[in-house]
Design a protein around this ligand. Structure first.
Ligand code: MSP
Length: 733
């Protein structure tokens, strides 16, 4: 046991979207590090959870037609359930709507207020709801970070005196008291801080889904305020371990674990963690986290996987496909839990091996299968099974060494393994460990082949018998070391190998007893009887990629509507949204008989020059397959008013619209510039399809489509509108 503690965190995930493999990536990396620190004997505390307040969640809940708390409960549970399926070893799961969290956040706010770092003022500026951040742009300009539409806010706000902390934060970063990795992120933060910090608005009064500003600040304000969602969210790292609690046991926990040793985050939220968070803590007189490490993004088709872009891959798809199709077929009697853990190992390995830590990396099902087969099925798995089956066959299943010990360390890993930094799972070399260990696997495979134990087994004589024992001992002992190294990455598979090697104590227990940290040669004792043998990594068929693609793009009649937060996936990951058309003779429909695969998808509306979100046509209906009322109900049509309409430079056919849907405003791009001038659109009440996956064009995102009918093939589209008064946001049904 070491006398160190190690407290590490993931970001808490927003509940506006169900989990995808981008979220799983961060949680996997954290779990790998947590397992590694536990086996080093560190008193490790690993935290994850969900971020449930703010305007974004309030609006998502309103769009789903349910109360924000109910909405948050559903999505938060889907994250928690997924981490459980994957065998994550988080010690706590924090929800920002929990009472203990709210109490802690109010305590922190009150502390900052009493210490004189918070004041009341009026704010007018642009706010990006998607990022939940105030941005320094002119009205009408998009958010500089995500490119989405910004909203003008004029509010009485509480402000935090961020401007007072720039120099101290820069000094802490430069001295590495606050370590930021990789260097590119550290430089980014330093240049932001040195550019001068402005005071930060830390409350909102125009909506209510948040933690109320506590007394005495609350009474000083004319309106009711809720605490800014990032102050609320960042505080989770302390509230989860007892900050703000009256319970002495919780207080002791806080004393023990705070400050955090590592905040693991995606690169887009580095500023919140390395500028705002340290400033809040300095102001409150609390110790700062020791390190923040930012990883890159998982990309799907070249852009960041995210719900708003609609290009996500769900982790459940991989668990179900690899679990059922690969593991389940090999082991028909296995439980769902075992299949999940096997598949979770596959994803863990792939993400660590394939994504250079800190950089962006692409994901594809083909790459997942290729890497799995190459490294795990044909590599590590094959090495284990050929070695152990030779011991079984030639040595009656017993690791023996009857002759003189020829050499202590013939194995290509080399005697310098203990000192080899490239196998130590640290944040600085996370991506490299899997690759290094696989190079050992390949070297060992070559070593075994060159010694040809099967030839030795065919020879008579005690010398060849001793050589045979020696080479198989070397191989098995090397597998023990490789298995110990891989345990944090592949906890399920290595547990099986460990058993097959004949250890009575489980690998988890060996890790807890700090035995996996023993990489000294000789840990596998001669005389050890192997456990029952069996395949570890059954080969995955290439066809699995198609199975996973189909699971991601279910036919409409198979779409799940289990929770309002998970609208049915009406478009495939990369299908142009324009393929969703209603009743057009040339159009694809969403009906069960005519579901376009994303490969077939082609723009269909005659004026859909952008191959994207042009108006929907209502052309002749004779060729259209029938749809059910449920099919129709999947298309969400709502009344909207055009607030802004403008041409887009270098895009003759596109207009950029901002529309008001009553409870929210959206940006929509439409290919109607040939037929409508911006001026004649402003103020009109139109019909918008609101549940289409967003689509990016000319660097701008379109969040919906207008409804129109065209006058004949290629004729002018006429926008659907209303002859009577109708409230914005009303649903057409
Ligand atoms: N709620 C805030 C974080 C508050 S922390 C006090 C938030 N939530 S989020 O749901 O948007 O999750 C962001 C994190 O999820 C990223 O920082 C990253 O860790 C992970 N990822 C989400 N999408 C990802 C990719 N496409 N690729 C890699 N990681 C991704 O921001």
């Amino acid at each position: 046991m070491s006398d160190k503690k190690f407290y590490l965190t993931t970001p808490i995930y927003y509940v506006n979207a169900r989990p995808h493999i981008g979220h799983a990536y961060t949680t996997i990396v954290a779990d790998v590090l947590a397992r590694r620190h536990r086996l080093l004997g560190d008193d490790t505390f690993f935290l994850t959870g969900t971020d449930e307040h703010g305007q974004k969640i309030e609006r998502s809940a309103a769009a789903a037609g349910i109360a924000p708390q109910q909405f948050a409960d559903g999505v938060s549970k889907s994250f928690e359930d997924l981490w459980q399926r994957m065998g994550m070893t988080n010690n706590a799961y924090i929800r920002t709507t929990s009472e203990k969290h709210k109490r802690g956040v109010q305590k922190l706010f009150a502390e900052l207020y009493e210490r004189g770092f918070i004041y009341l003022a009026s704010y007018t500026g642009q706010y990006c709801v998607s990022d939940e951040a105030f941005v320094d742009v002119a009205p009408g300009e998009p958010c500089p970070d995500c490119g989405r539409i910004t909203e003008t806010l004029t509010e009485e706000n509480f402000f935090f005196k961020l401007s007072e902390f720039g120099e101290r934060i820069a000094a802490l970063i430069e001295s590495n008291e606050l370590s930021i990795t990789p260097d590119s992120r550290r430089n980014e933060v330093l240049s932001f801080v040195k550019g001068g910090l402005k005071d930060l608005s830390i409350s909102r009064s125009s909506f209510t889904w948040g933690i109320p500003v506590p007394e005495p600040a609350a009474s000083a304000a004319a309106q009711k305020h809720v605490i800014y969602v990032w102050l609320d969210a960042l505080a989770n790292y302390m509230t989860a371990i007892g900050y703000g609690s009256d319970d002495p046991a919780e207080q002791a926990k806080f004393e023990k674990y705070w400050p955090a040793d590592l905040h693991l985050v995606g690169k887009e939220i580095i500023r919140f963690h390395c500028v705002y968070w340290p400033a809040f803590l300095l102001a409150a007189g609390l110790p700062l986290p020791k390190a923040v490490t930012a990883h890159g993004w998982l990309l799907f088709e070249e852009s960041k996987m995210s719900k708003s872009k609609g290009n996500i891959v769900r982790t459940e798809t991989i668990l179900d496909a690899f679990g059922d199709e690969v593991y389940g077929k090999q082991f028909p009697d296995s439980t769902k839990g075992e299949r999940d853990l096997f598949a979770s190992d596959v994803l863990r390995y792939f993400l660590l091996r394939e994504i250079p830590f800190g950089q962006d990396g692409s994901f594809s099902f083909d790459a997942l299968i290729t890497r799995y087969n190459a490294d795990l099925a044909n590599g590590y798995g094959n090495l284990v099974s050929r070695t152990l089956s030779m011991i079984q066959k030639y040595l009656h299943g017993e690791v023996c060494r009857t002759g003189p010990v020829v050499t202590k360390f013939v194995f290509p890993i080399g005697a310098n393994l203990l000192a080899d930094p490239s196998v130590q799972l640290e944040t600085t070399n996370l991506g490299k460990v899997a690759a290094t260990v696989m190079s050992y696997v390949a070297a060992l495979d070559g070593h075994i082949s060159s010694k040809a134990p099967w030839k030795l087994a065919a020879q008579d004589g005690s010398e060849s018998r001793q050589d045979l024992e020696e080479i198989l001992y070397q191989a098995a002992e090397s597998i023990r070391i490789i298995t110990a190294l891989l345990y944090p990455i592949l906890p399920f598979a290595t547990a099986k190998v460990w058993k097959q090697l004949g250890f009575e104590k489980s690998i988890e227990q060996a890790a807890a007893d700090c035995e996996l940290n023993n990489l000294e040669w000789g840990g596998l004792k001669p005389g050890t009887k192997l456990g029952p043998l069996g395949p570890i990594f059954p080969r995955a068929d290439k066809g699995l990629a198609q199975i996973m693609t189909d699971m991601e793009n279910p036919a409409p009649e198979q779409t799940s509507t289990t929770h309002p937060a998970a609208p049915p996936r009406t478009t495939s990951i990369d299908a142009p949204s324009s393929t969703l058309t209603v009743g057009g003779s040339t159009a694809h429909t969403t009906g069960p008989d005519n579901t376009p695969s994303h490969k077939e998808a082609t723009p269909s509306a005659p004026f859909d020059t952008t191959a994207s979100q042009a108006p929907i046509t209502a052309g002749p209906t004779d060729a259209s397959p029938q749809i059910t009322i449920d099919d129709f109900a999947r298309v969400e049509l709502r009344v909207a008013q055009v607030l802004v309409a403008e041409r887009i430079p270098k895009a003759d056919k596109l207009l950029r619209l901002e529309v008001d849907l009553g409870h929210e405003k959206r940006q929509i791009l439409s290919g109607i510039a040939e037929w409508y001038t911006p001026e004649e659109l402003i103020g009109r009440r139109i019909v918008v399809i609101t549940n289409l996956a967003p689509r990016k064009m000319r660097g701008l995102e379109s969040h919906g489509m207008l409804l129109a009918a065209s006058n004949g093939e290629g004729g002018k589209p006429v926008l659907a509108t209303f002859g009577e008064d109708i409230a914005l946001g009303s649903r057409l049904k």
